[in-house]
Design a protein around this ligand. Structure first.
Ligand code: F6P
Length: 473
């Protein structure tokens, strides 16, 4: 293999694009994938002309790769083929229903988790898919290449790869929070050790917040009896790209439509995946309590919730989505009048509409139960045009950077959230202007390229004969 090609490899479960047939010309075309990870990783991957490996269950992806199609003009895409059955076990059962729930503290403990023989069979598939990734990276990477592995779906890949290829420079990055040793101990002992060693023995492990890095280190100490090499790199918004979308015709049309619906009232906005950890129900309960305790606001405020579908194959997400839709309907039935709809709920993936809402809010509600960072908390202030306020969960990784200029909430405390929404709506124009200016400045202090450089620098401290990992500490 030519040592110049593929010198930088990024690896994630979800790829930068999915390919589909264009009915107009019968050719394959690339469609940009949704999600924060792709927006965070994309600019650096493009700048360096990286090769991007991601899981693929589709025949079209395979054909696109045979035809050496580019994911976009600068990034090449290398699909890692995974069968539908194995993908279900690796992605749905282990990555999402197990690791995601554990890291975000989402267990419904009287019922879940349940580590039975079906789970163990899924765990074998998780191992196999991680091994498959290691094999494909091994095939793709020339000697001394740099490999940036992303997220908990691929927690075993970094060490599997480091064992095979000591010449590679590897760093991994976890976009979620990390949990405490006590919470991690709900996983079967063997699985907890594998996940921790899978990451810690494969080079430095990065997080968006020092809090999650410290929690990971605590877990490694408690379970493996040693320290981990970690680094902290908070992700940043691509302000240029956001402003381009904000200035687009589609976004302008959405903004006009939203303005008409809001009709001069105050506007509360949230933009999230339809996701349990985003705490959408308590956001609505808080709004309901606000309308109950503050009769002066009735008829004078609208809550636009833009919650786009996510992990729709999982029963937990389907049930949650139903609860969110019903609760919005209950609030509208309870408080609405012929000329006022208190909640505007949009449950589709419409990026220009989300950006239009972020341009227009008076208050942005970001109240996750726990979140690695929460990019929306930075995107909003970067493009908001009304000096809007931010109500922010103290459990979001972004709290550390933005908390000084936001109204902080305990995400479980509905009354406190209602009160914070009320205070934000009452905020004086002067206060709003000062806070919004500070939020914007902090949100735009770093770029996705700075974040990417942090990952590269971390990787440069690994590999090239510096394995075994004890030498990294
Ligand atoms: O933030 C963690 C993460 O898994 C990212 O990797 C991804 O962008 C997002 O959540 C959405 O998850 P999924 O790819 O499962 O839809």
């Amino acid at each position: 293999m030519d040592s110049g090609a593929n010198a930088l490899i990024v690896v994630s479960n979800r790829g930068p694009v999915s390919f589909e047939w264009d009915p107009a010309n019968g050719r394959l075309r690339a469609k940009r994938a949704a999600g924060g990870l792709v927006n965070t990783l994309g600019p650096g991957a493009r700048r360096h002309g990286a090769l991007w490996l991601a899981a693929s269950t589709s025949e079209t992806d395979k054909q696109a790769s045979k035809a050496a199609l580019l994911a976009d003009e600068l990034v090449r895409f290398w699909p890692v083929p995974v069968s539908h059955e194995r993908y279900h076990a690796y992605y749905d059962v282990i990555s999402n229903q197990t690791l995601w729930f554990c890291l975000h503290g989402l267990w419904d403990t009287p019922r879940r988790p349940r580590f039975d023989r079906h789970w163990w069979s899924a765990w074998s598939s998780y191992r196999e898919v991680n091994e498959l990734f290691a094999t494909e990276i091994d095939r793709a990477a020339p000697r001394g290449a740099t490999v940036l592995v992303q997220d908990y779906q691929l927690a075993l890949t970094p060490s599997m790869l480091a064992r095979r290829r000591p010449d590679l420079r590897i760093s991994s990055f976890i976009h979620t929070p990390w949990c405490s040793p006590g919470e991690l101990s709900s996983l079967p002992d063997e699985a907890a050790s594998e996940v921790l060693a899978g990451l810690a023995d494969g080079g430095p492990v990065g997080f968006h917040s020092p809090r999650w890095a410290a929690a990971f280190d605590d877990c490694v100490k408690a379970v493996l009896g040693r320290a981990a090499a970690t680094y902290v790199a908070p992700a940043a918004v691509d302000a240029g790209d956001l402003k381009k979308v904000a200035a687009s015709e589609e976004c302008e049309m959405e903004r006009v439509a939203l303005d008409e619906a809001v009709a001069g009232r105050k506007l509360i906005v949230r933009v999230d995946r339809m996701e349990l950890s985003k705490n959408i129900l308590r956001g609505f309960w808080a709004y309901d309590e606000l309308l109950e305790t503050r009769p002066d606001l009735r008829g004078h405020v609208v809550f636009a919730a833009l919650v786009y579908p996510s992990r729709v194959g999982l029963a937990e997400y389907q049930a949650y989505s139903q609860e969110v839709l019903s609760l919005a309907a209950v609030i509208n039935a309870r408080w609405g009048t012929p000329d006022w709809t208190p909640v505007l709920l949009h449950a589709e993936d419409n990026y220009p509409r989300s950006i239009a809402a972020l341009r227009s809010y008076d208050v942005l509600l970001v109240n996750p139960l726990r979140d690695g960072l929460n990019l929306v908390a930075k995107e909003g202030p970067s493009i908001n045009e009304r000096d809007g306020s931010l109500v922010l969960s103290r459990q979001a990784g972004a709290w550390l950077e933005l908390g000084d200029y936001a109204l902080g909430v305990n995400p479980f405390d509905v009354s406190q959230t209602a009160e914070a929404l009320g205070r934000a709506l009452d905020s004086s124009p002067e206060r709003r202007s000062v806070d919004a200016g500070c939020l914007r400045r902090v949100a735009e202090m770093r770029t996705p390229l700075d974040w990417f450089d942090d990952l590269l620098n971390a990787a440069c401290g690994s590999g090239s004969g510096r394995y075994p990992p004890e030498q990294l500490h």
